[in-house]
Design a protein around this ligand. Structure first.
Ligand SMILES: C[S@@+](CC[C@H](N)C(=O)[O-])C[C@H]1O[C@@H](n2cnc3c(N)ncnc32)[C@H](O)[C@@H]1O
Length: 224
């Protein structure tokens, strides 16, 4: 595929990606072991923060699949938690990085690990809001995108960015209806939409980190 970058920048980007990939895989084995050790040495219920990135929450088991994460949990693979041992699951802007079938595996694995009455909280970009903005008020949002340095030449950039940037090209972008259906399909119930930072459960309040790239996302909670 042709690139806008010159050969040197292209090579540097390629090397940076491969260095990141190699470090990530070097971290996997020790970080997987660390998680198993933690589970053996502590008692349930555990509150599991998946795809935590730099958002390390206290009182949570902050997991990820990154070069620097302390605890490695690939949510697509079987979870090392005994059935019913997880109280809360928090997933902040992660599911859109997984394909539909990987997202389904994540929700199924989470449901199996969770105790009855446990709660899963997920936030993700809102496809419906992007489409509404594209149809009804593109200019306001395009200006905001330009201010953040994103390419925003035409209204269609609102749709293009949502589905193709930030790693979403290999994932699945949801609206409320689609994610609600997937949660129910995985065995969750009482799905409800909440405002940023709000929850009936004190542990789930104020922990969302709004993505820098968009205002259009939504938060759902559901019961195991
Ligand atoms: C957009 S970042 C969000 C980071 C953080 N939750 C936040 O809101 O700042 C997406 C995160 O999902 C993680 N991720 C991607 N695929 C994953 C997988 N299969 N299992 C667990 N985490 C994954 C990435 O490593 C990354 O940290």
């Amino acid at each position: 595929m042709a690139s806008d970058r010159g050969p040197v920048r292209e090579y540097l980007a390629w090397s940076k990606y491969h260095a990141w990939w190699a470090t990530r895989h070097l971290n996997r084995i020790p970080a997987e072991r660390r998680l198993r050790r933690h589970l053996a040495e502590s008692s349930p219920p555990w509150n599991v923060h998946i795809g935590a990135g730099l958002n390390e929450l206290s009182g949570w088991l902050n997991t990820d699949v990154s070069p620097r994460c302390r605890y490695w949990l690939d949510v697509r693979k079987p979870w090392p938690f005994p059935r019913g041992s997880v109280g809360l699951v928090f997933s902040d802007n992660v599911i859109e990085h997984l394909s539909l079938s990987d997202g389904r595996a994540f929700l199924r694995n989470a449901r199996q690990a969770m105790a009855p009455g446990g709660v899963i909280r997920t936030s993700t970009p809102d496809a419906l809001e992007f489409v509404r903005a594209y149809l009804d008020y593109p200019d306001k949002h395009l200006d905001a995108m330009r201010a953040k340095g994103w390419q925003a030449e035409h209204p269609v950039d609102l749709i293009r960015t949502t589905f193709s940037l930030w790693g979403h090209h290999s994932g699945y972008v949801y609206d409320e209806q689609a994610l609600t259906t997937e949660l129910v399909r995985a065995g969750f119930s009482s799905v409800k939409r909440l405002n940023l930072g709000e929850s009936d459960r004190v542990e789930l309040r104020g922990i969302d980190r709004p993505p820098a790239d968009t205002d259009f996302y939504f938060v759902l909670e559901a019961e195991a």
